[in-house]
Design a protein around this ligand. Structure first.
Ligand SMILES: [Zn+2]
Length: 316
């Protein structure tokens, strides 16, 4: 090899190595070029600015807990109710959300059923917030998560109430919370906690929220058979089981007749939720669909005659 060729090869190699270093530096964020987008702040993912309690306003927050459910309600007088809390990995996110909402006490904690994507984060929250009372389904199926919740409640001496269809849950005089499922005397699966989970209706003024947790089609049918039809009418439907086909029969969705459907679901989840058939069915009833995997946490404000919405992420 001539000296000139060797020199040329060395220069080419140096240029190649420099280009590779710049590329890796840019990709990893070590090197920036003015207009490069700022990295997303992971720590605040799932956050939305909650409103302070306001006279005449019921606030409801569907907290983005990935593949799971967690809903915070704040009554016009400032009473708080947390329904489910997501998986244990979302414990801190839910705590932070509650603190940002000015919550320093959970007046009513509700566990809809024993699955970890609904109650996994509860022991952490029970340790950190005073809890007024805990309510769960009378058809509870045992699980490690529910054992841990019971243990945490026992330690903090929080009372546990198990409710059936027909019970009203006491929370705030301005709101009525009706239990529509499970129905006493009906058969529910001993193995599938979704079957016997709570279906709740929260009513404030002329507005109502239908909260279905992960209730199965079987549970929907039993609930409709044993309750007045008028009790299912709602402005907003929290779609059951993250949009799975195991729930949300056409009859049920039509009976609720909600203009808005909220799906609490994780992006790219292993189950393929929400199912395309359920999305079609909901759209077919004319409902506007909001998903936590697309919009992040979702806030809903009721003034007693209508609903207003706010989202963590803008629509793409
Ligand atoms: Zn679930």
């Amino acid at each position: 090899m001539s000296e000139k060729l060797a020199k040329t090869l060395m220069i080419l190699l140096a240029v190649f190595v420099a280009a590779a270093l710049i590329f890796v530096g840019y990709k990893t964020g070590i090197i920036g070029f003015g207009c490069a987008p700022a990295p997303q702040e992971q720590a605040d993912e799932g956050m939305i600015v909650p409103k302070a309690p306001q006279a005449g306003l019921l606030s409801a927050y569907f907290i983005d807990v990935g593949q799971g459910d967690s809903m915070l309600f704040v009554s016009p007088s400032g009473k708080t109710m947390l329904i489910d809390a997501g998986e244990v990995v979302y414990s801190r996110r839910v705590e932070k959300f509650l603190r940002q909402a000015g919550v320093d006490r959970i007046d009513l904690l509700i566990g809809t059923h024993a699955h970890s994507d609904h109650i996994g984060a509860m022991p952490y929250l029970i340790e950190r917030f005073p809890v007024g009372a805990y309510v769960t389904t009378a058809r509870n199926v045992e699980s490690i998560s529910s054992d841990m919740v019971s243990e945490a409640l026992k330690e903090k001496r929080v009372s546990i109430a198990q409710v059936w269809c027909g019970d009203n849950i006491e929370w705030d005089d301005a709101c009525r919370i009706t239990v529509l499922s499970p129905v006493l005397g009906c058969e529910y699966s001993e193995l599938d906690a979704n079957d016997g989970c709570l279906i709740l209706r929260v009513e404030y003024g002329e507005t109502a929220f239908m909260l279905t947790a992960d209730a199965t089609v079987h549970a929907e049918q039993l609930a409709m058979f044993h309750n007045e039809k008028a009790l299912f009418k709602a402005d907003l439907l929290k779609v059951a089981h993250h949009g799975s086909t195991s729930s949300s029969s056409l009859g049920f969705v039509e009976t609720v007749g909600a203009k808005t459907a909220v799906i609490s679901v994780g992006a790219d989840n292993l189950y393929g939720h929400p199912d395309a058939d359920i999305l079609r069915l909901l759209s077919g009833t004319g409902a506007e669909i909001y998903r936590t995997d697309e919009r992040g946490s979702i806030a809903v404000f009721s003034n007693g005659s209508g609903l207003e919405f706010a989202f963590q992420k803008p629509q793409k």
